[in-house]
Each structure stands twice: as structure tokens, then as C-alpha cells.
Design a protein around this ligand. Sequence first.
Ligand code: NA7
Length: 549
Amino acid sequence: MDKKTEPGNVQDVDAVIIGAGFAGLGMLWRLREQLGMSAQVFETGDGVGGTWYWNRYPGARCDSESYIYCLTFSPELLQEWNWSGKYPEQPEILSYINHIADRFDLRRNIKFNTRVTTARFIEDTNRWEVETDQGDRVTAQYLITGIGCISAGNIPDIKGLETFEGESYHTGAWPHNEVDFTGKRVAVIGTGSSGIQSIPVIAKQAESLTVFQRTPQYTIPARHETVDRKFLDEQVKPNYEEILEKARWSKAGFPVEFSERLALEATAEERQEAYEAGWAKGGHGFLWGSFKDIGVDRRANDTAAEFIRAKIREIVKDPETVEKLLPTDHPLGSKRALIDTNYFETYNRENVELVDIRHSPIQEITPDGIRTEDEDFEFDMIVFATGFDAMTGSFFKMDIRGRDNLSLKDKWAEGPKTYLGLQVAGFPNMFMITGPGSPSVLANMTVAIEQHQDWITDFIEHMRTHDIEVAEADADAESAWVSHVNKIAESTMFMLADSWYLGANIPGKPRVFMPYVGGLGTYREKCNEVADNDYEGFVLNAGVRQLAT
Ligand code: NA7
């Protein structure tokens, strides 16, 4: 079945997969090894890794613990791989992904240095026609995207950007050679996850570091350390399947217990004790391990937020810097939850300065540095830790067209519309791994990715065994799902912050909450229910146009 493809020719394959990160690789393995299908993967980078290929900035690290940040299709690999850190660091994650590509002989179906430019559904043949910037033309029954949720880098359109004469980098497109900060006057713009991870590392090397902050952040110490081998060998490896199963059905893809206690029913002393314990232990457990109502009740949330503000006051010595760092304009957890290593402590260094650009906005970038409303700064290097056009940006870099030549960009002009975050009505046989409308970025990504890979594999197998040529989300099912996703988001804290979940970081982007907030376990249940009910909400065999309306 495996029709090997050679670069440059017109080929017919069963599936085209876009992207060679965790999503694309696991999908390729499943289609090839479990279903015996032919597949061609296209990858823009010159190696595997996706997000972890591009995000090589100093301090880059995953904030899921390493034992649960993994692909699980090979029980042998689970047993044999040994992480060195409690939280896996970018170089190690990249080695892990490379190991997977080699061990399972995946590279032979991947064409690197190749960007998919267009993908069109041809109604006469019920096949996708895919073209790349390297001149490839491939037709496939299935088009599967594994293009990442936070992959399209966002460098803000600041006046004078191109005039800067020093070095400049975006954290999400970091060079492969080492960037040397020694003796340099460095600016970092942005204090999201990437800024918070890189700032302490850059500060140690640079002559001076100036951080330009728009929104102060809540962040919890990660308490990163070397991996606890005893814990791994005695508790994790013998019980891996059980641990994974718990993670798969959990709210966020972690094998942890959420606290059932309510902050508003606890005394001030009990709350303090719980927050201190969470702070000392570190990581996202501060949120889920303390009180249940932090995520839903603003008054409960305030108690945790105030605890973090008190920690900032305690850690940071300069009172003016403290004032700038205190997050007061959004609830804890309403933007992407952050964990850090020595973030607030870094502001006690002599060579680090914090500029509050909410009160003194950047006016322009000059050949020598950055001009704010109040001051001119000189820099040798600017690091843009300014995030991504999340969830939809990577789709829009390609021209994807479904029935009636409708482009995905037009279909999603007012925000992404999907059924289960897996398919789009009018785009038959196109599956998205962790597309908008699925839990994706609100969960441990590898667990979310594998749920989609397994579900898509089962669906394709069902299609093959039932002679179904085309499967397409029903427009009504899609509308109902979009309404459901919006409705459950409306009542949450997530609506109270300008976050990339809402597209608020990109000027002009529709303000729509993109991920599904109902929890990974609930979502898995819903997807399984759909499959059990003969793929309810999908029009099957819809090669004939009228069935798809
Ligand atoms: P994020 O989380 O989107 O953070 C981007 C940061 O850059 C954030 O502090 C933004 O401020 C700031 N930003 C964005 N645009 C501007 C402009 N125009 N001017 C000044 N500052 C700006 O991206 P990350 O790369 O840190 O993290 C992305 C995800 O990767 C992360 O959540 C994890 O899932 C892994 P804002 O808060 O919008 O005011």
C-alpha cells in the first residue's frame, strides 16, 4: 500500500499531513502502521519537531512535567526513554522527537524545507490537491493538519521596525546557532511564557537587559529540578498505562486530583496555608491543588491573586518595580497560566530594568533602539517575545479551499467555525489535529494531540471498512458546536482578559474564544459519543453535493 513519494513529482497518496511535530509524526505512524495507508508529510523546517524545532530561545522549556509530556503509541519507548529534567527542556524535547522519527523510520515519508502553499478540494474527484513552494503537486483523499496552535509568530507592526541596526530575534523563530548576549544591551518585548522563561537566562549573560512589559503577569515558581529517578522508576514506569488513562480523562491532560475545596468557605489562615503549600511545591498545581472556585468565582480568584501580589512585593526589592509588576487588571488564570524559574527575582539584578509600556507606550523603533513616549533607549539587540497569531494564523498562511472554492480564511472571517475542532463544514476529508474548538492549548498538548490522532484514525478506518469516500462536518452540527464552545466560555474568567485565546493580541482579529473550555475528559466523551452514534454530525459519503448542505 505504501506508495513512496519522490520530491517534485505529481503523486497520489492516501493522505497529506502538514507538519512534522508531535501531531504530524504520530498521525503518520498511525496511518502507515495501523491502517497501512500511504502518506506524505510536508514540513517547512529542515527537521522534525514543530514548535520545539522553532522555539529555541534561551530557557525554552515545557511546563508539563516530562513523564506526562510524551507520545504513548509505543509502550517500549515509554519504558525506555529517560528524561533528565522535571520539566523537559527544548533541546531534550527535540532529541526525543528526533529519536521517534528515527526509531519508527518516519523520515522517509517527510519532505523537509517544504511549505504547503495551497490545498484545494476537487469536487469531481473527491480528492485534495496540494501544492508546495518547492513545486510539489500531490493529490490525496485526506488532508490532515498538524500545524501547531501557536506557530505563526507575531512581530508587532511598530513604526521604524526595519530601521533597527542591531540584532533582532523573535522567540518563536530563534536561530539555530547560539545567540551570544555577552556584553550586549538587550531589550525583551513581551512577558508571556516565552518572555518569562527567557528573561532570567538572558539577564545572567547580557550587560544590561530592559524588559518592555504591556501586561503584568501572575506566575508561579516551577521549582524545576533534575528528574526524580526514584519517582519515575518506582511510581511512573510500572503504572504508566494507568497514569496515562487518568490523564486522558482529566480536565487538562494531567494525572492529578483537582481540589474540591472552596476558597470562600475556607478561613483566611486555611487559604494562606493552601497557597503557601502550592507556591512551595510549584507548578500549575498551585491552581488545581488549592481551591476549586478560583477558576469560576472572582472573589475566590482575588484571594489567590492577592497572595501572588504579596509574593511579588516580598520578592522584588525596588518599590517602583513592584508597582509595575503587580497584576491587577485581569483575574489569575484568565490569560495563559505561567510558571517560571527566578522570574520576579531577576528584577533585583543591577543590570535589569522594567519599562511599563502600558503607561509609556513604545512609539517607534529607531536605528539605535526603542523610543517610548517618555524615553529613548539604546540597544544592541531586541528580542521579540511577542507571541503568536494563535490557533488560526498557521491555517491562514496557506490557501486552503473547500467546496465551491470557498477559502478557509473567508469561512473563518468572523472567527473559526469547526465541528469538534476536528473538521470544517465545506472542507470534506480535512481533519485538524488540535484545531480551534477543541481543548488543545488548554490541555497538556501531547495528550490532546494523541486523542485527536486516535479518533481520526478510528474514523478513517470506519470509512474504509464501510466504503465511505467522503466525510464532512454537517453545517448544523458545526453551528451547534460553535455555539456550545462560545456559551461555556462566556461564563468563565477567560473572558475577562485580553488574551491570545481570544485573539486579542492581534489587531483586527475577531474577538472569539477559540479553544474548548469544557475540559479534555468531557470533550473525549463527546467525541466518543459521536463515533458511537455512527459519526453523528458528519455527512458520510457526501461526495454528492446536495448532501453537504
Ligand atoms: P504570549 O503569551 O502571547 O505573550 C506575548 C507577550 O508579548 C505578552 O506579554 C504581550 O502583552 C506582549 N505583546 C504582544 N504584542 C505586543 C505589542 N504590540 N507591544 C508590546 N507587547 C506586546 O506569547 P509567548 O510566546 O510568551 O507564549 C505563547 C505560548 O507558548 C504560551 O502561552 C505557551 O502556551 C507556550 P499582552 O499580555 O498581550 O499585553
